[in-house]
Design a binder for this molecule. Structure first.
Ligand SMILES: Cc1cc2nc3c(=O)[nH]c(=O)nc-3n(C[C@H](O)[C@H](O)[C@H](O)COP(=O)(O)OP(=O)(O)OC[C@H]3O[C@@H](n4cnc5c(N)ncnc54)[C@H](O)[C@@H]3O)c2cc1C
Length: 405
C-alpha cells in the first residue's frame, strides 16, 4: 500500500477481518497485517458457530465453508446423565474455520482493504497525529503510520500492554487439543459436550460431527496433561470406538470474561484480545465479530469528523459493554461457578436441570450466542434457583473468586 492507511488492523482472524471489511465499506483506507503465510492457518477452532449470530454479523458462509448444520446439543454429566436440547431446527453451523476467515478477509479486500501477510507487528506507539506501527517483514523492520490501530491479535494480546490495557487473564487461558478422526458413526446433527472435572477441569470435552464417518474430538482443561486426557477420552467413549486420528490441532481457549478496558487513544483491542469470548464455551467468533463491526462504525465517525476526539472510542466502549459486555460477564460468573463443582455436584445440577422447567426455557429461549438472557431466564425456575443457591452457599469460600475472577 503506497497510500498511508487510515487504519491498521493487526491480525486477519474473524475480528480483524470484520473490522477491516466494515471500515473499507465505509470508504476508509485499511491495511490488515497478518503474521502467518496464509489467512486462517494454522487452524485452532472446533468451527461450531451460531447461525443467527454469524448472519447478524453479515457473514453468510459460502457452501464450501459449511460442513454441516446441527440441531441438537447433548450435554453429558460425569455420571452418565444427559440433557438433550433440540431446537427443532438447525441452530449452529459446523464450518471449515480457515475458509471462514478467508471468506471474511476476501470480502474486506473486495471492499478495498489491503492484506499484507508474513508481517508481524512488534510495537504500536502513539504520536502527535496518529500511531506509529513497527512491523517485521521477513528479514526487515520498518515503521508505518496510521490514524488508528485496531488490535485483533488474538488471546495472547502482546501489543495491548504498551497502551496500558489489560491483557486476557493467564489463569483462564486454557490449553486445548483437538483431533479430526475418521471411522466413527455419529448422528449427523448433534454435538456432544462432556462435563467432568477429572477429565477437563475448568472446561469440557466435545465431539462434533463432520462429513460422513468423520468428527472433531477435543478438550480444553486447566489441567496441563491434555494429551493424556484426550487420548483416554477417545479410548473410553463408546461413540468413538474404532476412531482413527487423522489430524491434530492445538490452541488456547479463553474463558476469563471480557476485559474491563479495551480502548486507549487511537488504539482498540477487539476479539479474543479484549476477552470478547463466551466463557461458558470459549466461542469468540460471533461476539468478537459483533464488537468489530461496532468499533468500525465509531472509528469511521471519528475519521469523518477530521480531528481526533477520544469520545468516539469511549462511545464504542459503552456500546459494546451494553450489548455484549454484560452477557459475557454473566457467562464468566457461570463458568467460574461451574469450575468449583465436583463431579457429584455436576450430576446433581444436571438432575435438577432435567427435572425443572428450566430445561424447557433453555430449549425455547436458548441461543448459542446470547446466553446471558438464557441464564437469567433459566434462573426464574424455582427448582433450579433453589439448587443453584444451595450449591453457591456451600461454595461461599469461592465467592470472591467467582465474582472477581
Ligand atoms: C481448540 C479451540 C476450539 C475453538 N472452537 C470454537 C468454536 O467452535 N466456535 C467459536 O466461536 N470459537 C471457537 N474458538 C475460539 C475462537 O477460535 C476465537 O474466539 C477466535 O478465533 C477469535 O478471533 P480473533 O479474530 O479475535 O483472533 P484470532 O482468530 O486468534 O486471530 C488473530 C490473528 O492475529 C494474528 N496475529 C497475532 N499477533 C500478530 C502480530 N503481532 N502481528 C500480525 N498478526 C498477528 C494471528 O496470526 C491470527 O491470525 C476455539 C478456540 C480453540 C483454541
Amino acid at each position: 500500500m503506497t497510500v498511508k492507511p487510515e487504519v491498521v488492523v493487526v491480525g486477519a482472524g474473524p475480528a480483524g477481518g470484520l473490522a477491516a471489511r466494515q471500515l473499507a465499506r465505509k470508504g476508509h483506507t485499511v491495511l490488515i497485517l497478518e503474521e502467518h503465510k496464509k489467512v486462517g492457518q494454522p487452524v485452532h477452532c472446533a468451527g461450531l458457530i451460531g447461525i443467527n449470530g454469524l448472519h447478524e454479523n453479515g457473514v453468510i458462509p459460502k457452501s464450501k465453508v459449511i460442513i454441516r448444520r446441527v440441531r441438537q446439543s447433548i450435554f453429558h454429566a460425569p455420571g452418565g446423565g444427559q440433557l438433550v436440547l433440540d431446537k427443532g431446527e438447525p441452530h449452529a453451523y459446523v464450518l471449515h474455520r480457515d475458509r471462514l476467515d478467508q471468506q471474511i478477509v476476501q470480502e474486506a479486500e473486495a471492499a478495498g482493504a489491503t492484506v499484507q501477510l508474513e508481517t508481524r507487528v512488534t510495537r504500536c506507539k502513539r504520536e502527535q497525529n496518529g500511531m506509529r506501527v513497527t512491523i517485521r517483514e521477513r528479514e526487515s523492520k520498518r515503521d508505518l503510520h496510521a490514524q488508528f490501530v485496531v488490535n485483533a491479535e488474538g488471546v495472547r494480546a502482546r501489543l495491548a500492554q504498551d497502551q496500558g490495557l489489560p491483557r486476557p487473564k493467564r489463569d483462564y487461558m486454557l490449553p486445548a487439543l483437538q483431533y479430526e478422526v475418521t471411522n466413527v458413526a455419529l448422528p449427523p446433527d448433534a454435538v456432544h459436550l462432556y462435563f467432568n472435572s477429572a477429565l477437563a477441569r475448568g472446561f469440557f470435552a466435545w465431539i462434533i460431527p463432520l462429513e460422513t464417518n468423520h468428527a472433531r474430538v477435543g478438550l480444553a482443561s486447566a489441567h496441563r496433561q491434555i494429551r493424556q486426557a484426550l487420548d483416554k477420552f477417545l479410548i473410553q467413549n463408546q461413540l468413538l470406538s474404532g476412531a482413527k486420528i487423522e489430524k491434530r490441532y492445538g490452541g488456547i481457549v479463553y474463558a476469563g470474561g471480557p476485559s474491563s478496558r479495551t480502548i486507549a487513544p487511537r488504539f482498540v483491542n477487539i476479539g479474543d484480545a479484549a476477552g470478547q469470548t463466551k466463557a461458558t464455551t470459549g466461542g469468540g467468533v460471533v461476539a468478537g465479530g459483533a464488537c468489530a463491526i461496532m468499533v468500525a462504525s465509531n472509528i469511521s465517525n471519528a475519521l469523518q469528523n477530521g480531528s481526533y476526539n477520544h469520545r468516539d472510542l469511549q462511545r464504542y466502549e459503552r456500546r459494546w459493554k451494553r450489548s455484549w459486555g454484560r452477557q459475557l460477564q454473566l457467562m464468566a460468573y457461570l463458568r467460574r461457578f461451574v469450575n468449583t463443582l465436583e463431579n457429584h455436584e455436576l450430576d446433581q445440577l444436571f438432575e435438577k436441570l432435567q427435572a425443572s422447567k428450566a430445561r424447557e426455557v433453555i430449549q425455547r429461549r436458548g441461543d448459542i450466542d446470547h446466553q446471558g438472557r438464557l441464564i437469567t431466564s433459566a434462573l426464574t425456575s424455582p427448582v433450579l434457583l433453589q439448587s443453584v443457591l444451595k450449591l453457591l452457599f456451600s461454595k461461599s469460600r469461592f465467592l470472591p473468586k467467582i465474582l472477581r475472577g
